[in-house]
Design a protein around this ligand. Structure first.
Ligand SMILES: NC(=O)c1ccc[n+]([C@@H]2O[C@H](COP(=O)([O-])OP(=O)(O)OC[C@H]3O[C@@H](n4cnc5c(N)ncnc54)[C@H](OP(=O)(O)O)[C@@H]3O)[C@@H](O)[C@H]2O)c1
Length: 236
């Protein structure tokens, strides 16, 4: 396992849910963090107080946002070793229900957001000796469980294609990428999908433990895709 101490990691959407849990975990592991969030004042106080943490205003839907965030990160830390593409949205869109604007919004945030961020970060990641990308996708990027999630799954299938693209594009330069595909995680988003999020679902802190583990894998033991299940899905 690699030492994560002092590694510089960017995390999108780190003000709540999985992103916040990942930030707390990686700070504890000794990483230096650049948090990209829409509202910096919503970042947890403990993270805000740390001199190892930079908080940047970042909107995944802003075409210039990714480059500006990468530049701020380099200005502060002088290097970049990893990104966690976590920011995402869920909107209920199916063939017969839901708005086309919501479909566009999911494409913008769930697919183009990470694409822009990787495009902006790649030149810097290539200079790192331990460059890593963690793409928080979803099991909705692999299968469709309910009609209402059609539009979300469309965006997450595309995000998984993007994951494969970045994995191949970065391999020769030592950039290693892992997609995390989870079922329900107990966050605000899960409550948007089901009216009552069951108690026995994966916790954001458990996803964060896995992110830490994945970042510590050496170049020659990289994991392409990790599935996290809270209930049995025999094929996944
Ligand atoms: N929860 C689940 O069951 C589940 C399962 C599988 C995969 N996932 C994926 O896990 C990731 C994190 O989701 P979560 O469960 O932690 O959801 P969450 O609690 O709803 O958090 C979503 C995060 O994304 C940020 N975000 C949304 N739109 C953004 C934008 N335009 N620019 C920058 N940040 C934006 C939010 O920021 P604001 O506070 O500003 O809105 C928030 O920090 C997402 O990619 C999601 O698709 C979740």
């Amino acid at each position: 396992m690699l030492d994560l101490n002092d590694r510089v990691i960017m995390i999108s959407g780190a003000n709540r849910g999985i992103g916040q849990a990942v930030a707390e975990n990686l700070l504890e592991a000794g990483c230096r963090l650049s948090l990209g969030v829409r509202n910096p004042d919503q970042v947890d106080e403990k993270l805000l107080a740390s001199d190892q943490v930079l908080v940047c205003q970042y909107d995944a839907a802003d075409p210039d946002g990714a480059l500006q965030w990468v530049e701020q990160t380099i200005a502060q830390f002088g290097q970049l070793d990893g990104i966690v593409n976590n920011a995402g949205i869920y909107r209920a869109v199916s063939i017969e229900e839901g708005d086309e604007e919501d479909l566009d919004a999911m494409w913008e945030v769930n697919v183009k957001g990470p694409w822009r961020l990787m495009r902006a970060a790649f030149p810097r990641l290539k200079q790192s000796s331990q460059a890593r990308i963690i793409n928080i996708i979803s099991l909705s990027g692999k299968r469709l469980k309910s009609v209402g999630t059609t539009g979300y799954a469309m965006s997450k299938f595309a995000a998984r294609a993007l994951h494969q693209g970045c994995r191949q594009a970065g391999w020769d330069d030592g950039i290693r990428a892992t997609a995390i595909c989870t079922s329900f995680v107990k966050t605000d988003m899960a409550s948007e999908v089901v009216s009552t999020c069951p108690e026995d679902v994966t916790r954001p802190e458990e996803v964060a433990d896995n992110v830490r583990f994945l970042l510590a894998q050496p170049d020659h033991a990289t994991i392409n895709e990790l599935h996290i299940n809270c209930r049995l899905e025999p094929e996944y």
